[in-house]
Design a protein around this ligand. Structure first.
Ligand code: G3I
Length: 356
């Protein structure tokens, strides 16, 4: 009798897992606060009603089999963002000369693993090839270049992307537009041009504007909301907003939920797109505990607002974090440490999804 019952439980769980590889096969809510038997972050996110929990990854890391064993587990990560290989310098290094090799490797990986893809990104002032950054363009020339880049890039991955960060980091921190080559030559005309080209190239991909320091209320967030209102008023396709969420330990904005609700009220979905929480090194138990709370706060805020579709961390291990390179003396920003061991932050994410 005991063995029959055990078989039945096994069979039911197996069928559920086979029927829905992206969904949680068994509830982990029986183990609140303990990650010992939690099947993975994407599984708990799905069980909580979110579309995905995902991570960024980058091509050079894919030789590390200890790393890819975790990356490839779609119960842990149901969504992948390429950290670099779909950016302009990687995909159109010379005018009209497109290369998708690196991006295709990430696309193939996600497809193999049954993971959703977010495209990152079409138009950004950084990681631009010199021919764009220092080109001496007329308005019409640059609009044509933006349309061709976005259309070709998004078109190459047509039908394969959940969403694209079409516009990345268009604002200064005071809410004025960033004075990059795109703004200096076209004003804000490059924004609708890019969005329309992306829509035409892939009608099913959600089109996002992605930025940082827009997570809490303030001038920059207000400016982004105003842009979304204008785009909607003008009939320009805009589906979503990405909140990067590169935070410092103890520095998660207190107005996340209020701010997120304002975007929901505008009729767009949104996602946490690049979450990490850096600390001054060396790490201490107290900093790791605060980091756990900070990760939980972000998940709590996503859970509090239905328009939040999912959460992506900007790589999952400190081994490959961008933080120490960009902020000397800072690091340890991710939920797995440099030895691929889970940190308290991992539990913070699980609690955020489960504890309600
Ligand atoms: O490709 C060159 C390689 O040829 C060279 O040997 C090597 C030597 O340093 O540099 C390589 O380029 C690096 C590139 O990543 C690819 O690995 C750049 O130096 C490095 O600065 C660049 O950093 C990326 C950064 O964007 C650039 O701003 C990070 O990996 C990437 O994680 C980061 O991602 C951004 C998002 O796109 C937008 N939001 C912020 C986020 C963090 O900065």
């Amino acid at each position: 009798m005991y063995s029959v019952a055990r078989f039945l439980v096994f069979a039911i769980v197996s069928v559920a897992a086979a029927a829905s590889p992206l969904a949680s096969a068994s509830s982990s809510s029986a183990f609140p606060g303990s990650t010992a038997k939690v099947p993975g972050l994407n599984a708990v996110a799905n069980a909580a009603g979110k579309l995905y929990f995902g991570t960024a990854t980058d091509n050079p890391e894919l030789n590390d089999t200890a790393y890819t064993t975790i990356l490839d587990n779609n119960r842990q990560f149901g969504q992948i963002t390429p950290a670099n290989s779909m950016k302009w310098d990687a995909t159109e290094p010379n005018p009209g000369n497109f290369t998708f090799e690196g991006g295709d490797v990430i696309r193939d990986l996600a497809r193999r693993n049954g993971q959703i893809l977010r495209g990152h990104n079409c138009v950004w002032y950084s990681q631009l090839p010199d021919w764009v950054a220092f080109g001496n363009f007329t308005f019409d020339e640059l609009i044509g270049i933006v349309e061709n880049h976005c259309g070709t890039l998004v078109g190459h991955y047509r039908g394969q992307m959940y969403a694209w960060d079409v516009i990345n980091e268009a604002f200064n921190d005071d809410g004025t537009f960033r004075q990059d080559v795109f703004f200096n030559v076209t004003g804000t005309a490059y924004i609708p041009a890019a969005l329309r080209a992306a829509r035409q190239a892939d009608p099913h991909a959600k089109l996002y504007i992605n930025d940082y320091n827009t997570e809490g209320t303030g001038n920059k967030s207000t400016a982004l909301q105003n842009l979304i209102k204008e785009l909607k008023r003008d009939g320009v396709p805009i589906d979503g907003v990405g909140f990067q969420c590169h935070f410092e330990v103890g520095g998660v904005p207190t107005t996340l939920v209020e701010n997120f609700r304002a975007y929901e009220a505008l009729g767009v979905e949104f996602a946490v797109t690049e979450l990490d929480v850096r600390m001054t090194l060396p790490e201490t138990d107290a900093l790791l505990e605060q980091q756990k709370k900070d990760y939980q706060s972000v998940i709590d805020a996503c859970m509090a607002v239905p328009a939040c579709v999912g959460v992506t961390i900007w790589d999952f291990t400190d081994k490959y974090s961008w933080v120490p390179g960009a902020f000397p003396g800072w690091g340890a920003a991710d939920p797995w440490d440099e030895n691929l061991v889970k940190k308290p932050a991992y539990d913070g994410i699980v609690i955020g999804f489960e504890d309600r």
